[in-house]
Each structure stands twice: as C-alpha cells, then as structure tokens.
Design a protein around this ligand. Structure first.
Ligand code: SAM
Length: 227
C-alpha cells in the first residue's frame, strides 16, 4: 500500500526509521510493537490516515502534541516534505530520539520542542500559530482540547486520533471545545487493512479565540478538565 504512493527515497527513510526505532527501543521504552510489518501498519499507516486532510497543506505548519516516538508526526513529515512539522513532547529522551531521526534521515522539515503542551500554549512563540495540531493516544478529549486548541491558528484544525471511545469522549468535551474557541467539524471513521477495530479522527476547527486564561498550568487540565 505504502510502496505505491512513496518514492524510493521516502521508502528508504521509513526503513531507516524502523531500524532506529528498534535499536533505541532496546535502551528505552519507545514502542511495544517490534515486528517491522506491524510497525508499518500500526504506526506508519495509522499515522498516514491523516493524509486525506493534509494533501493540500503545502508549506503549512503542523504541531504533533505528545508525539512520543514521533507518531503521527514523523510519517507525515517523511511523506509531505513541504509540510513544516513540529514534534512536541514533555519527555526529554523521546525528543532526543526524534532529533536523532531527523539527523539520520536528513529531514529538514521537522523541529522538536521539549515542553508540556500547556506551557507551549501559554508561550507566544507557539500559541495560535499552527494550522494543524495532531495528537494520538494523548489524554481524554476534554483535557486534550485544552492542550491543543490554544496552539491552533484561527481557521486551523485539531485532529485527534481516537479509538472506540471517540464519540463518548467528544460528547464529554463539548463544553471544553466551545470554551476554547473550537467547533466540532466531524468524526471520521478510518480502517486499517486487516485490523478489525475502527479508528476515529475527531476534527475540531478553531473558529474563535482561546481566552487568555487557557491553557491553565501544566497538570490542571487533566486533574480538573473543563466541563
Ligand atoms: N503520540 C505517540 C503515539 O501515538 O505513539 C505517543 C503516545 S504516548 C501514549 C503519550 C505521549 O504524550 C508521551 O510521550 C508523553 O510524554 C506525552 N505527553 C502526555 N501529556 C503531555 C503534555 N501535557 N505535554 C506534552 N507531552 C505530553
């Protein structure tokens, strides 16, 4: 599936990424998935389910919040070399891994930020500056909205990658979405070949301004979610 869409050098970059992931994974916990074919499916293809929304993105700016070992941000950066991808995580060693991947794969469209999303959201260098903000497996929706919408540009979009709880979590986040200047744009079901459980992409458009008091201090959005 991947090989039909990607150039030989992009495929080589994915292979290099697998090598680095498996190598670093022997020294730190980056992923529980260690079979290359499974990595391709559950990390790479899963990340690339966002391509439909980003194909026309050109040089726009995407922020991947809680990127961990770089998902979905790294596969998107490899596949869309014009897209400017910022990968943010609060764990320093994960950020170091991504820096190493960037050097080894000569990815000149990525940069990393070692920070809590709440702190980045209060920093004018990041607040309201991203056209797309993505997150996979990071917080429940009410908390995640406070970690993503403040960073999103007006007119931009948060894309939250969710499993079976997507609809329930999104209902629970209605107050957080409106309070933070967002509007639910839709929940799209995506399926990966051979996998039974559907995944969901929750699309939240930034239509207004996030009030200055948000995001609250790091840790508060998860202890005391809006709503
Ligand atoms: N997105 C990756 C993936 O799907 O493979 C990693 C998911 S991992 C379960 C969650 C990541 O989010 C961790 O690397 C953690 O350090 C990071 N994280 C959680 N809360 C965060 C916050 N408030 N700010 C920045 N990073 C955060």
């Amino acid at each position: 599936m991947l090989s039909r869409e990607l150039s030989a050098s992009q495929l080589a970059q994915f292979e290099q990424l697998t090598g680095l992931l498996l190598d670093w994974n022997t020294r730190m916990n980056l992923t529980g998935i260690t079979e290359p074919a499974e990595i391709a499916l559950k990390h790479y293809l899963d990340s690339l389910t966002l391509l439909n929304y980003l194909a026309q993105a050109g040089r726009k700016r995407l922020l991947d919040v809680g990127t961990g070992a770089g998902f979905p941000g790294l596969p998107l950066a490899i596949t869309l070399p014009l897209l400017r991808v910022t990968l943010l995580d609060s764990t320093a060693k994960k950020v170091r891994f991504i820096d190493e991947v960037g050097r080894a794969l000569a990815l000149d469209n990525i940069r990393t930020v070692h920070a809590r999303a709440e702190d980045a959201g209060r920093d004018d260098a990041h607040r309201g500056t991203y056209d797309f903000v993505t997150a996979r497996a990071v917080n429940r929706m009410p908390t995640l909205m406070e970690c993503t919408l403040p960073l999103t540009k007006r007119g931009g979009m948060v894309i939250a990658m969710k499993g079976a709880s997507a609809h329930e979590e999104t209902r629970a986040a209605a107050k957080a979405i409106s309070t933070l200047g967002g509007e639910l744009a839709g929940i799209d079901e995506v399926r990966l070949p051979g996998l039974e459980n559907p995944r969901f992409l929750v699309m939240v458009r930034k239509v207004g301004k996030t009030p200055r008091r948000y995001p609250r201090q790091a840790g508060i959005p998860s202890r005391d979610p809006i709503g």
